[in-house]
Design a protein around this ligand. Structure first.
Ligand code: AMP
Length: 301
């Protein structure tokens, strides 16, 4: 397994594989890997076959974090990540530094609008923006977040040159935004969206679960319990008012002492358009703060 930290070296390797006619599968991550990430790697291997090449990137992308968020505290354990990836026969791990990805000095420019991310580099000024699917939910709660995501994914695609890239359904809106970017900007990449892996009690696996100490871990099951409550509501009646369901869910979620609902939304899975009446096939997504940790989850009802 090669560990590559320079863009030039990664592009050289990717071009060599392409010239040899080998298919490349790619899984972008921010590291601190868990079984959910590993399931994406296995899915990518299946997609490219045993003769294909697999690249996993580990990069905590600063442009998708706002200044108030947990960028500096984001958990990292590169040694453990590399061990896990080695065991899955990954061909290359791309682990660039911030100065490699966003060259230039860090500026301390004051942000004029809420849309501007707080991380700015004087030598870097090109961003990719999806303007429809990224406006609601995570986009509304985390201004600038998807601009950072689409920019880094576009850059990574140009560096890794994958035929196939695998994203998790766990970040449903992210997968939708990336799929739209690939379609709109004609990236020659097939996007696969793989299912969410959960702990035994239903909590979606996430690198941020590490922050859930003591009773917070138990309280974090409110996201899964909210999903189950919505599933039961949809089962018991053909169509149910989204407004009423949201109200009931908020009450249930905030019954946990350290839980604060950020949003719960019901929407069309393809367009992400909000729906007034929830029924079987509607998509549900929610974001909840458990203490200081913000967790997200979603399901197709
Ligand atoms: P992250 O490291 O959080 O940026 O996640 C990297 C990729 O792993 C994204 O495509 C996520 O959607 C995906 N992912 C995160 N958690 C899970 C999970 N529990 N099950 C499946 N995929 C996941």
């Amino acid at each position: 397994m090669q560990i590559v930290s320079s863009i030039a070296a990664m592009q050289r390797l990717a071009k060599k594989w392409r010239r040899a006619g080998t298919r490349t599968g790619f899984v972008p991550t921010m590291g601190y890997l868990h079984a959910g990430h590993l399931s994406l790697v296995k899915c990518a291997r299946q997609a490219v076959g045993k003769n294909g090449r697999l690249v996993v990137s580990i990069y905590v992308n600063p442009t998708q974090f706002a200044s108030t968020e947990d960028l500096s505290k984001y958990p990292r354990d590169l040694k453990c990540d590399l061990k896990l990836l080695q065991s899955l026969n990954v061909d290359a791990v791309f682990t660039p530094s911030d100065t490699e990805m966003y060259p230039g000095e860090t500026g301390s420019r004051r942000c004029e609008s809420a849309d501007e991310p707080r991380f700015e580099k004087r030598g870097y000024s090109t961003y990719v923006v999806e303007e429809k699917l990224s406006r609601t939910m995570e986009g509304a709660s985390r201004p600038g977040h998807f601009r950072g995501v689409t920019t880094i994914v576009a850059k990574l695609f140009n560096i890794v040159l994958p035929d196939v890239a695998v994203f998790g359904q766990k970040d449903f809106q992210q997968a939708a935004v990336v799929t739209r970017m690939v379609r709109d900007l004609n990236f020659p990449v097939k996007i696969i969206v793989a299912p969410t892996l959960r702990e035994a009690d239903g909590l979606a696996m996430s690198s941020r679960n590490k922050y859930l100490i003591g009773d917070l871990r138990r309280q974090a099951t409110v996201l899964w319990r909210a999903i189950q409550m919505a599933q039961a509501a949809v089962k018991s009646s053909k169509s149910i008012s989204a407004a009423k369901l949201k109200k009931d869910l908020k009450r249930m979620i905030e019954g946990a002492p350290d839980a604060k609902l950020d949003y719960v939304e019901f929407f069309e899975p393809e367009t992400l358009s909000p729906i007034a009446n929830v029924a079987r096939g509607s998509q549900m997504a929610l974001a909840v703060r458990i203490g200081k940790t913000r967790l997200i989850d979603n399901v197709r009802l």
